[in-house]
Each structure stands twice: as structure tokens, then as C-alpha cells.
Design a protein around this ligand. Structure first.
Ligand code: AMP
Length: 655
């Protein structure tokens, strides 16, 4: 048992569940008891733990020699073995992480399934064989430090945690976070999206504030549904989420929509300021000749100036080997206006998605919005607060510390799960639709984007070929209509089916997404009772950029995609019709009027050639004409069906 440090009394005698904000730059741990959520500081009283681990390679293996502040302070001594921002690599392939690699001081190599791994350097030598670590192991060091911090402070071993992740983290990234917890000796009882955690902290904050007021003096927390936006702008990433909070005896939080950008944050502002300083007459002659140390000094000065301008109208910056330059807030604001516009464009997208969920216009949603909660250090910038206020038509809510709000919310969720917080329920959504490949390469969506989790949906399918004894189920994620435009999550087979004619088997496919966003797919053929199932844990899931691109593509290609999907379905169904009608025509032709039989043959031939054209180039066929031709054949074949039925009745034994 660790000893020493600050001891906080824990009222509940149950095993505590802590809330952890596992951040890219900083991490925090918090606990919630009957007095509400609070941050657990380290032995020195510091609330934040820098998400940095420093390793040394000793013999065959690595040893974590420093974590947090100590690791960060000594980073310049051994940048290749000091691991920061590892969250950007969690559950991702080397290709996924490529945009981040230039910003990392250490090497990243490909592991199994091309996953991104951290390569530590032996004795500082670039030639020696590196020691390779998974991002999960590095994150586990940070979680271990937080776990020790909490165990020491609470006076009891902490073994359970709720951990937050960005709303856009896909299955693989969530799974990696869960694995990091397990490596650190923590049972991760729930993964919660960061904005949802912020909304939880906000909801509970309102309740606490109301409880402290004399009865009836001021408004109490909302008991009718309210809508909340969480605007999260940190150092490197931006996220916006719109949630619905239904108050009353039980608070229900439901995420309506999320959007964001993994490369939009305070770092961009620092770079803009550095560029401005480099174009200054006092420094422009040195552009390109500054030493790395001078450049990193300039970047630090730029960040400091930016933070000061959140409090003051102007500040002075010392330029390397030269004069001092004054930077005004007005100058900074005009510099960062396009950057603010980018964030607000993304807000517009989330607002439109959420409005669609509620079946109202974005303008109406803005009017009914109850609060805009500010999260992340960059929301301290006055221009951000002003523009966000103008955009949403109300002053943003800034009463919660933007650095702590996510960890506090994670602790509230931990409190809900452990029973210390009564009467609240958390509902999250699926970021991209989930579906299955159908004949012809189209995708049948089974669970739609922004559905609340846990979500369950079933759909009936059948076979397209006679005598099929096995069905391949291909699971896909995305908004487009065709397989090649969606992301493949995995395939499995339902085998051992008794041979049956095409279209006869009844396969019920069930999609189940649990509260952590993990997808389980099962298939059940009703006639034979055969079952198969798959838990979808992709090698590396979707990147945020892919999600954003897929969303944008689905809008651009919506009309084409729909047409293509329709034609793919028409081809499959027409082939089944041709086969069925052709077989019966061959069997009963002698019983038919010759003109009728000739007409059916002509229609069959015309439909066949239409299918051939569609298979050569789907754009060359008009789906409406195609549909009319198939439908006309179906109608014409009714007479043939009748003849078939009466013939088979006549030929029945004993008829
Ligand atoms: P986070 O990722 O939430 O820890 O946010 C870190 C970012 O917030 C960094 O880019 C900081 O420079 C920025 N930041 C912190 N405090 C301020 C401030 N007072 N004014 C402007 N930006 C700030």
C-alpha cells in the first residue's frame, strides 16, 4: 500500500471508482462522494499530471524512470526516450498517425497489423536495435501514476476507474484505452466521451448550486428537457458536442451529435504568433538562421504572450538576441480570426446534425439551447468566448474550470456506477452508421449514425443463390451506399445451412452496440437454427479525418450513391426474377398461349440486356426505366404463376 501524501476522507465504504481524464498533454484523477466531485491532487497538491513518461533502456528491457512533471522537466536531456502525446497513437496504425509523427520527439515504428508502436533508443544510439513499446503500455504508466496518487490520497487501493476519451474515438481507440487500464491494474468500468463527462459535471454543478440556495429564490435545475453544447478547444484538438439533458428524478444525458478536428487547437495560435514575430522587422533578417533553442524559446514566449492577452490588452515579448516587441489583443484577434472561423464552421455542422435528430431547424435548436459549456485551456481566449456567444446566441458557461471539468464529470459517472450519485443515466451515440454488405456490393444500414447506445437492431436477409450452405456477413461502417466507400470492420460466416432455393432461408442479423460502443453482430437462420456471431474489434479503426471525410463524401455523393444502391438492388432482384420465370416458362410453355410466351421471352431478353448494361456501367441505365421493366415482367408473369399453380395442383398425387 503506498503511504504518505494528502489523505482525503472517503465516505463510501465500497470499493471506490475514480474518474480519469487521460489527456494528450495532461491527465487528472477525480472522485465523487456525497459532497460532490473533486480533483485528487498529487502529494505536492498539484491537480494536473503531465502525460509524459521517460524511459531508460537497461539491458534487454525498458524501465520507466520518470512520469509527469519530472519526465517533462527532463525531456530535453533525452527527447528520443521521453514519450509525450502518446494518446495520438492509441489504437491507430502508422498510416493513421502519419500527420502527427513530425510533431513527436521519439520514433514510431509499425507493430503487428501495422499498429503504431513507440521505439525507444538504446544508450542514445540510433543504430542499436530499439526496444519497442505499445502506446497502451506508455498510457498505462500514466494511469499507474494516477492510480497511485488516488490510492495514497484515499487511503485505500484503487482498482476501478471510469476513463474519458474524445467523442470521436473509434472502437480500436476505445479498446486501446481499456487495455491501458488493464495493464495499469485498473478495471475500466466505463469509457465515457469527454464532452459527455463535461455535461455531467455541468448538470451536477447546477443541482449543487440549487441545493445551496434558499428554496424558491432562484431557478432550480431544468426538469424539462434541456439542450447543451460542449465546446472543447484544447492545445491540439477541437470537439463540439450537442447533448440533450432530461432532468427530474433521473437525469438522462443523450449525445445528439458530435463533430471536431484533431488538428485544431491552441498550438496553432502559438505558431501564428511565432510567424508574426518572424516577419517583424526586428527579426525578419534572422528568419531561417534561428537555432532550435532560439526557436523553442520563441514558441514559449508566444504561448506566454497569448495567455497574458487573455487577461490584458497588451503584452511585451522579448525577441531572441534583440529588442522587445509589443503585441496587442486586437492584433492577436485579427491574426486568429480565420482559426476561430474554422471552429465555428464545425459547430454549424454539429448543430445541423443535432437539429435533424430533433426534427427542428438549426435556428430553432439555437433558440432552445440552454447552455454552451466551455472546456479546454484555449476557451480562456476572450475572442473565442465572444464569438461562441455570438454564434450560439447566448453567453457561454464558464463557471467550471476548463482544465478540470472532464475529470470531474468522469468522477460523476463513476459515482453513478458505484451508487454514490443517485438518479442519473448516461446515453451516448454511435458516430457513424453500421451496416452489412448485401448482394451487388451495396450496404444495408442497420444502426444509423447518432443512434443512442446501447443500441440493438435486427434485419432479415436471405440468400441470392440456390443451394447456398454458407453466408458471408461483411460488417461495414460509414455513411455511403456502396461497400467500397465504407470502412470494413470485419467478416464472418454463417455455415452449415441446409441447401435451400435462393430467397428461402430467413437469416436474422442482429447488431448490438453496448454502452462502451463495442459492436457485437450475430446471425441466426430461422429454419435451420444455425447461429454465428462476431465481436467487432478492428485492428485499427477509423481516424477522425476519415470520419470527417466520410461524412463530407456522403453529402457530396448522396444522389449518385442512392442511384447506385438502387441499381445494385435492381440487378440482384431482376436476376432472381429471370431465373424463376425462365424455369417456369421452360416447364409450362406448352400450356401457354404462344403470343403470351413470346412476349414473356422478349421481356426476359430485354431485362437481361438491361442487367448486362448496368453491370458494365451503372451510370448508363435509368433506374426508373429499369424498375418499370422489372415490374412489367413481374406483372406479366402472374398468368404464368397461375398456370404453374393449377398444373401442380392437377399433377398432385390423387388429384
Ligand atoms: P488543454 O489541452 O485543455 O490543456 O489546453 C491547452 C491549451 O490551452 C494550450 O494551447 C494553452 O496554451 C492554452 N491556454 C491555457 N491557458 C490559456 C489562457 N489563459 N489563454 C489562452 N490560451 C490558454
Amino acid at each position: 500500500m503506498p503511504s504518505g501524501g494528502v489523505v482525503l476522507p472517503l465516505r463510501s465504504r465500497m470499493t471506490p471508482i475514480v474518474g480519469i481524464d487521460l489527456g494528450t498533454t495532461n491527465s487528472l484523477v477525480a472522485i465523487c462522494d456525497d459532497k460532490g466531485p473533486r480533483i485528487i491532487p498529487d502529494a505536492q497538491g498539484r491537480p494536473l499530471l503531465p502525460s509524459v513518461v521517460r524511459y531508460e533502456v537497461r539491458g534487454e528491457r525498458e524501465v520507466a524512470v520518470a512520469r509527469g512533471y519530472e519526465a517533462r522537466a527532463h525531456a530535453p536531456d533525452d527527447p528520443a526516450n521521453t514519450i509525450s502525446s502518446v494518446k495520438r497513437l492509441m489504437g491507430r496504425s502508422v498510416a493513421d498517425a502519419a500527420p502527427d509523427l513530425p510533431f513527436l520527439s521519439y520514433s514510431v515504428v509499425a507493430g503487428d497489423h501495422n499498429t503504431a508502436r513507440v521505439a525507444l533508443r538504446r544508450g542514445g544510439s540510433p543504430e542499436a536495435e530499439p526496444v519497442v513499446l505499445s502506446p497502451q503500455e506508455v498510457s498505462a504508466e500514466i494511469l499507474r501514476a494516477l492510480r497511485e496518487q488516488a490510492s495514497r490520497a484515499l487511503g485505500t487501493e484503487v482498482t476501478k476507474a471510469v476513463i474519458t476519451v474524445p467523442a470521436y474515438f473509434d472502437d480500436a481507440q476505445r479498446q486501446a484505452t481499456r487495455d491501458a487500464g488493464r495493464i495499469a491494474g485498473l478495471e475500466v468500468v466505463r469509457i465515457v466521451p469527454e464532452p459527455t463527462a463535461a455535461a455531467l459535471a455541468y448538470g451536477l454543478g447546477l443541482k449543487a448550486a440549487a441545493a445551496q440556495r434558499p428554496p424558491g429564490s432562484t431557478p432550480s435545475p431544468p426538469s424539462t428537457p434541456s439542450t447543451i453544447a460542449v465546446f472543447d478547444l484544447g492545445g491540439g484538438t477541437f470537439d463540439i458536442s450537442i447533448l440533450k439533458l432530461t432532468g427530474g428524478d433521473t437525469d438522462i444525458f443523450q449525445v445528439l451529435a458530435t463533430a471536431g478536428d484533431t488538428h485544431l487547437g491552441g498550438d496553432d495560435v502559438d505558431n501564428l504568433v511565432v510567424n508574426l514575430l518572424l516577419s517583424d522587422p526586428g527579426l525578419s533578417h534572422r528568419r531561417g538562421t534561428l537555432t532550435p533553442a532560439e526557436l523553442s524559446g520563441l514558441k514559449l514566449a508566444a504561448e506566454r504572450a497569448k495567455c497574458e492577452l487573455s487577461e490584458r490588452e497588451q503584452t511585451a515579448i522579448d525577441l531572441p538576441s534583440g529588442p522587445t516587441r509589443t503585441l496587442t489583443r486586437a492584433e492577436l484577434e485579427s491574426l486568429i480570426t480565420p482559426w476561430v472561423d474554422r471552429a465555428l464552421d464545425i459547430c454549424g455542422r454539429a448543430l445541423r446534425d443535432a437539429a435533424r435528430q430533433l426534427d427542428i431547424t438549426p435556428e430553432a435548436l439555437k433558440d432552445t439551447l440552454d447552455a454552451v459549456i466551455m472546456v479546454g485551456g484555449s476557451t480562456r481566449i476572450p475572442l473565442i468566448r465572444r464569438r461562441v456567444g455570438e454564434f450560439f446566441g447566448r453567453a457561454p458557461y464558464t463557471a467550471l474550470d476548463p482544465d478540470q471539468v472532464v475529470a470531474l464529470g468522469a468522477a460523476v459517472q463513476a459515482g453513478i456506477l458505484s451508487g454514490t450519485v443517485k438518479g442519473a443515466l448516461l446515453l451516448d451515440v454511435i458516430p457513424l452508421s453500421l451496416g452489412i454488405e448485401t448482394a451487388g456490393g451495396a450496404v444495408a444500414k442497420i444502426i444509423f449514425r447518432n443512434s443512442t447506445v446501447p443500441a440493438r437492431a435486427t434485419e432479415m436477409f436471405s440468400t441470392s443463390v440456390d443451394g447456398q450452405t454458407s453466408i458471408k456477413l461483411h460488417i461495414l461502417q460509414g455513411e455511403r451506399e456502396m461497400v467500397e466507400d465504407c470502412r470494413s470492420l470485419g467478416t464472418f460466416h454463417l455455415r452449415g445451412l441446409p441447401p435451400m432455393p435462393a430467397g428461402i432461408p430467413q437469416v436474422e442479423v442482429e447488431f448490438l452496440v453496448d454502452a462502451n460502443g463495442v459492436l457485437n453482430v450475430s446471425a441466426h437462420e430461422r429454419r435451420s437454427g444455425r447461429r454465428a456471431q462476431l465481436q467487432v474489434i478492428p485492428n485499427h479503426g477509423l481516424t477522425r479525418e476519415e470520419v470527417a471525410r466520410m461524412e463530407a463524401d456522403s453529402l457530396t455523393h448522396a444522389r449518385d450513391d442512392m442511384t447506385r444502391h438502387r441499381i445494385a438492388d435492381l440487378i440482384v432482384n431482376s436476376k432472381l426474377d429471370i431465373k424463376w420465370i425462365g424455369e417456369r416458362l421452360a416447364k409450362y410453355e406448352s400450356k401457354l398461349d404462344p403470343d403470351y410466351a413470346a412476349d414473356l421471352k422478349a421481356q426476359l431478353a430485354a431485362l437481361r440486356s438491361r442487367i448486362e448494361s448496368a453491370e458494365r456501367d451503372w451510370k448508363s441505365v435509368d433506374p426508373d426505366e429499369f424498375y418499370r421493366a422489372k415490374n412489367a415482367l413481374d406483372q406479366s408473369s402472374i398468368r404464368l404463376q397461375e398456370v404453374g399453380i393449377s398444373e401442380s395442383l392437377r399433377n398432385r398425387p390423387g388429384a
